[in-house]
Design a protein. Structure first.
Length: 179
């Protein structure tokens, strides 16, 4: 992945997330409030995260236990399937955390050793913040529900958070074209 694409895609994603929040869209608010315990969101996020993780397992090199990839893939697939039965609460949040952690690799890889572009740190800082947030929310997924309750308690908070997302998204989108 090129550094331009690795910076532009998160910027566009932040803008897409920020616009409905800035508009204080009732549909977006309802969808975000329902997301942490939603079965369909769990299937989407956790399912996508499991498939991506299993794809990574299947493509391990021999130095990384690639000789045992069949056993590892079967074991992790069983864990992913059993997660829907044994720990269904907040599985969507955990799946979103898995996706963030898996997406961090290509994003950081694109910025690796690109010291001639100090503006890459706008992307790298965001990715490391999201990694820390994903680890924290993966361990305590109910915190996302609590954050949404706090965020949507006042319209000003929702609009302010949306504006902040849009602002940083626009910054990333502009920075992407400076490489």
């Amino acid at each position: 992945m090129s550094l331009l694409l690795a910076t532009l895609l998160p910027g566009l994603l932040l803008i897409a997330l920020g616009v409905p929040l800035l508009a204080n869209s009732s549909r977006a608010v309802a969808a975000l409030k329902a997301m942490p315990r939603s079965q369909s969101a769990a299937l989407l996020f956790f399912g996508a995260g499991a498939v991506w993780f299993l794809w990574n397992i299947w493509h391990l090199s021999p130095a990384d236990f690639g000789n045992y990839r069949t056993i590892l893939a079967i074991g992790f697939a069983a864990v992913a399937i059993l997660a829907f039965k044994c720990v269904p609460d907040f599985l969507a949040v955990r799946g979103l955390c898995v996706l963030v952690l898996l997406a961090a690799t290509p994003l950081l890889g694109a910025a690796y050793m690109e010291y001639q572009y100090p503006q890459r740190l706008f992307l790298v800082s965001l990715v490391y913040l999201l990694i820390a947030l994903a680890i924290w929310l993966g361990a305590s997924p109910f915190r996302l529900r609590d954050f949404f309750e706090w965020l949507f308690a006042r319209a000003g908070r929702t609009r302010g958070f949306g504006a902040a997302l849009i602002g940083y998204g626009v910054l990333l989108a502009l920075v992407a074209f400076t490489y």
